[in-house]
Design a protein around this ligand. Sequence first.
Ligand code: NAP
Length: 261
Amino acid sequence: MDLRPLGSTGMRVSPLGLGTVKFGRNQQVRYPRPFDLPSDREIGDLLALALELGINLLDTAPAYGSSQQRLGRLLGAGRGDWIIVSKVGEVFEHGESRFDFGYAHTIASVEGSLRTLRTDYLDCVLIHSDGHDLRIFEYAGAVDALHELKRRGLIRAHGMSSKTVDGGLRTVAELDVVMATCNLDYNDELAVLEAAAQQSKGVLIKKGLMSGHIQGADGVERAFAHVFAQPGVSSMIVGTINPDHLRSNVATLRRVLSTPV
Ligand code: NAP
């Protein structure tokens, strides 16, 4: 897969990214079926397969249970092969989420992610919004902290995984990367993608396969075609722990991207 620019960050990412919620968390998630967490062996094999298929983008978060710990253990010397996106703001403990968008928490959280992921830099850190995107900007703690972390060289780019159009637009105006939702059933945030394209900001799409609530191979193909018909998409982050899905998603996306619209 040809890599695409992640906005103006200087980084280049595969159009399919690997989402890792299911590497570390199977409670309070909205997937169609319950699942067991994969073994280290299974995750290691999936990461090797992803690289072989041309995927260079991993999306994780402190709120994804043991996802960061497991990636840190398994990536080892291969860390440099990956663009790693992580997040701040949401903490998932004892089966519940809580949010902290303060300055000190943000700095400590990123420092914790660096230790957990066993690396000395993160490629991109997104604020994991609780839905009150603009309030997070007004409160400013997390945003100021991300600017400071970038200045210190601990993160290469910043952004927000936003949940509203206004929050997405503010992200595009002030930060490097926006993570927005776009799928066959939900297109409320298209204005955010357009603004990002105009301002050369990075765009990561979440929930493009409707968190697995998609029907058959045809549904998957239509979902990819829909997302990549939108302007400015850097990468669609698809979560999977199934190697057959990973292979077929890459094959489907290759087909979609080689078909003129
Ligand atoms: P998604 O990528 O739309 O869907 C993932 C689900 O689709 C998984 O249950 C997966 O199951 C299934 N799937 C994948 N390929 C498939 C295929 N070819 N056929 C049938 N089912 C398939 O949704 P998501 O996991 O909610 O979001 C993707 C990623 O975005 C997450 O992993 C996370 O990194 C990120 N995300 C971020 C936020 C945020 O607020 N920042 C929120 C949600 C998600 P299998 O494991 O069986 O393949």
